[in-house]
Design a protein around this ligand. Sequence first.
Ligand SMILES: Cc1cc2nc3c(=O)[nH]c(=O)nc-3n(C[C@H](O)[C@H](O)[C@H](O)COP(=O)(O)OP(=O)(O)OC[C@H]3O[C@@H](n4cnc5c(N)ncnc54)[C@H](O)[C@@H]3O)c2cc1C
Length: 432
Amino acid sequence: MHPGSCCWQKGDNVTEEKSKYIIVGGSAAGMAAAHTIRLHDWKGPVTVLSEEPDTPYFRPLIPFLVSGKKCAEDMVLAGCGPYTGRDIFVRTGARVESVNTAEKTVSVQGNGGMAYEKILFATGSRPYIPPEIKGTDAAGVFALRTLAHAKNMAKRVEISDHAVMLGGGLLNLKGAFALLERGLKVTLVVYSPEVLSQLMEPEDAFLIRKALDTAGLTIKTGCSATHIIADSTGVTGVALDSGDEMSCQMVCIGKGVRPNVEFLDGSNVRIDGGIVADRYTACNAPDTFAAGDVAVTFEPVSGDRIMTALWTNAVEMGRCAGRNMAGVKTAYSGTFGILNATQVADEPFVSMGLVHTTNHDFEVYRHATETTYRKVVFNPGGTRLIGAIFIGDITNAGLYRYVIREKMPVMNIKRYIIDHTLHYGHFVTGKN
Ligand SMILES: Cc1cc2nc3c(=O)[nH]c(=O)nc-3n(C[C@H](O)[C@H](O)[C@H](O)COP(=O)(O)OP(=O)(O)OC[C@H]3O[C@@H](n4cnc5c(N)ncnc54)[C@H](O)[C@@H]3O)c2cc1C
């Protein structure tokens, strides 16, 4: 391969190739790192090796491909081959099978090896398919993660009337709405007592639940699927642990994700849940870095080691890794385990920091109206804001994020936080 060439075609012989920077994974973290390296090193070749056949795209938008509101071209993050005049080489369909950190080489499926000086692991995660649910390999069973999955889901809609979604997390809700918009009947099966249990407690979710009901989503809580029933046409139904059976033609599994770390088997890169990165995004082996969903990072409030599944974290951590790889030593500021600003059934909401408060002695304030809900959480002494949920009215949520993240003493601004009247002036003038 040489500068100016386009996508890496199967069969290319790249055995002798070398790239100063290799990035494994061409999504949020990987592409953010590639661009950032180029800002600080104008010449060093940057090669992105990405397993997916598609050029990098904005993953959170893929439910819109299922609903038909957007097409794949609307989601493109970057092209293939050298682009934007910056000599970053994106190679699609390039799965890294193994890494030799002593020789500083990677082996790419079907394409030999490649040498690097510095390497970033940004391989993200993949859906978790619970082994206790039998029959998940039937046609019509999906776990929405990639553009290819979204395209296949969109096709299956054409021969479906009813879809069953297993799991009540944000990704499955987004998928559920895409299917509702295509005119399907959609049933959400949730083991927890309420939807979005990772992001809020059941009593926090009443407005969202109301919006979901109004939108026509059928929700079954407190139960889970035991097996998927199928015939030669694919899925025909789902059996639940309650003994009920539902007929359907599509099933979507949204039961969390697992990091893509297997390509590091046999290397000496430290894995502990995900790839362990230090404050400077570096791994234990020389000149190796990790960022995004696959990396273990830390929570700024508690300092705990955590893994996230957030686009924003992947981009910020990828940028930080890019700086470090290009020799600009930069500490990563960590990320909230929970940090979501999104919309479900036209209901905007933000959930950030520590919001699961039952059985803790946090100071908690809630305020609810017909159309809005908020919950602010202070530490047990009431001196610091540590978490917040806003539903319906998310005005100035960024300010609350700042207060949490900077661990600001809140005594002078506490009543504004509780009343939701905090504004930029409180920070600019210092007057409370
Ligand atoms: C439907 C959906 C909706 C979402 N909505 C939101 C949202 O609203 N807000 C939000 O913050 N986040 C959202 N997310 C999560 C967000 O997309 C992820 O947190 C983000 O994509 C993580 O980026 P990443 O670069 O770490 O990894 P990924 O995006 O997972 O990309 C990793 C890439 O590496 C490739 N790869 C893996 N192994 C190898 C290998 N061995 N060799 C080469 N390539 C490899 C993968 O194929 C993939 O292309 C959503 C995710 C989905 C699926």
